[in-house]
Ligand binder design. Structure first.
Ligand SMILES: Cc1ncc(COP(=O)(O)O)c(C=O)c1O
Length: 459
């Protein structure tokens, strides 16, 4: 009998949670149940998901920034189908494939001046690992500096550059040579760089965890200091790049000229894992220059034809649909709509972001009874209030959002860049509603808190 994936899916759809409980991550299945995210999604298109019962959900996670084009983009879909008919010989390895050359050429066109050498990898962390290795090889120095709240991946090579202790705990000893500096503290940065042993300083120009944006002069000045002390300046654009913030690369908001840029996530339109580390040729050659070292860094699936074709199609779509401009325009509207809610809801402490990378931060209410409810939630687990809102947005509005980082009362929005006025209105009115509810102790938001607190306190 011929194997049919459609038939297999139809026959086994109901087993999804049981399978994960048995074979993958039972804790994840439990968490999804507790927070009311235990749906059975059967379709994804554009900015929406549909569950098995036909309910539609607006997806503001976009797989943490993978679906900038929206799901199942017809152009990328068609290109991949076309690729499957071509019988091209991918991954020959002792080869220099055409498609990776073409994608490298397209990427270089979109980079700051001087960044003309590309290494393709498979994930964001893989690209950041590459950046660290190449920076060490190019400078002969051991140390890497990173920022508080930073997130650059969870492999053993990127973990020591993680600003969130919760991600590092339990996985030590971590690689030595990594030191954290505070965002906006240029004096300490200079003191560290002055020691002369820093290979690279890595930043997310707009940070993914918490959507923190540095003060205006911080990044340009940090770049200048890096140049002064011979340190490689890396901009990690894995999340904020590819049009997310209303520029193709987020560091363009400050007209920076980093030495290395990393991108990943939506580079393949969400179809194939892929990433790229783009740098100055002089840095690249320090690793690969001698002929006997021309393969000293590699990854088996790097430059695979399907990912490269998807990348080329994705860049084409970003240009054709003017998604970067759209992200800036729609993001401005969404930001303004959410910021206007601050007048009506004292629970909002801040609304910030650029383009369609937006963070909404919350603060305790002033009323005594509500404050007590907030404190009870926060004592059980930091950031629990924003989790309550995430749950209410899902339950009452079918909108998927996420808490913006560990232990913070921030909700992060990363919608596909294709959203428009209709979605902006949906999002703003949903927040208006759940925040209104959150001011009523017996309302729908706090009714979820007892259960969450119980689970938070459970050993
Ligand atoms: C800025 C940044 N760098 C690196 C990574 C790691 O990417 P990946 O999960 O593909 O390894 C992420 C993931 O969210 C990220 O946001």
């Amino acid at each position: 009998m011929a194997f049919s994936i459609t038939q297999l899916i139809e026959e086994r759809q109901d087993d999804q949670y049981a399978l994960h409980k048995s074979y993958i991550n039972p804790s994840m299945t439990r968490v999804l149940g507790i927070i009311g995210f235990n749906k059975k999604y059967v379709r994804g298109k554009g900015a929406y998901l549909w569950d098995i019962e036909g309910n539609r959900y607006l997806d503001l996670l976009a797989a943490y920034g993978v679906f900038n084009l929206g799901r199942d983009h017809p152009v990328v879909n068609r290109v991949l189908q076309e690729m499957l008919t071509l019988e091209r010989p991918t991954l020959v390895k002792m080869d220099v494939p055409l498609l990776s050359g073409l994608l490298a050429e397209e990427l270089v066109k979109r980079m700051p001046p001087g960044l003309d050498a590309v290494f393709f990898a498979n994930s964001g962390a893989d690209a950041v690992d590459t950046a660290f290795k190449f920076a060490r090889a190019a400078t002969g120095r051991p140390r890497i500096l990173f920022l508080d709240h930073a997130f650059h991946g969870l492999t053993l090579g990127t973990l020591p550059a993680n600003g969130g202790a919760v991600f590092r705990e339990g996985f030590g000893p971590l690689m030595p040579g990594f030191d954290m500096v505070e965002m906006n503290d240029l004096d300490t940065l200079e003191q560290e760089l002055h020691k002369g042993d820093v290979a690279a300083f890595i930043v997310e120009p707009i940070q993914g965890k918490g959507v923190y944006i540095p003060e205006d002069d911080y990044l340009p000045e940090a770049q200048r200091l890096c140049r002064q002390y011979g340190t490689i300046f890396i901009c990690d654009e894995v999340q904020a790049g590819m049009g997310r913030t209303g520029r193709f690369l987020s560091h363009q908001h400050w007209e920076l000229e980093p030495d290395i840029v990393t991108i990943a996530k939506s580079l393949s339109g969400g179809y194939i894992p892929v990433s790229a580390c783009i740098m100055r040729r002089s840095i690249y050659q320090k690793t690969f220059g001698p002929l006997d070292r021309c393969q000293v860094h590699s990854t088996t699936f790097g430059q695979n034809d399907m990912a490269m074709a998807a990348g080329l199609a994705t860049l084409h779509v970003i240009d054709e649909e003017k998604l970067v401009e759209r992200s800036a325009r729609v993001g401005e509207k969404l930001l303004a709509g959410l910021a206007a809610l601050m007048e009506r809801h004292e629970l909002i402490a801040d609304v910030r972001g650029k383009g369609l990378m937006i963070g909404i931060e919350f603060r305790p209410p002033s009323g005594l009874k509500l404050k007590a409810a907030w404190m009870a939630a926060e004592t059980a687990q930091k950031g629990l209030f924003s989790q309550l809102l995430v749950m209410a947005l899902m339950r009452d509005h079918h909108i998927l959002t996420q808490v913006g980082g560990p232990g913070v009362n921030i909700i992060k929005l990363l919608p596909p860049l294709i959203i428009g006025d209709e979605e902006v209105e949906m999002i703003v009115s949903a927040f208006d509603d759940v925040l209104g509810e959150a001011t009523r102790l017996r309302g729908r938001v706090w009714s979820l808190s007892g259960q969450l607190i119980k689970h938070a306190l459970a050993p």
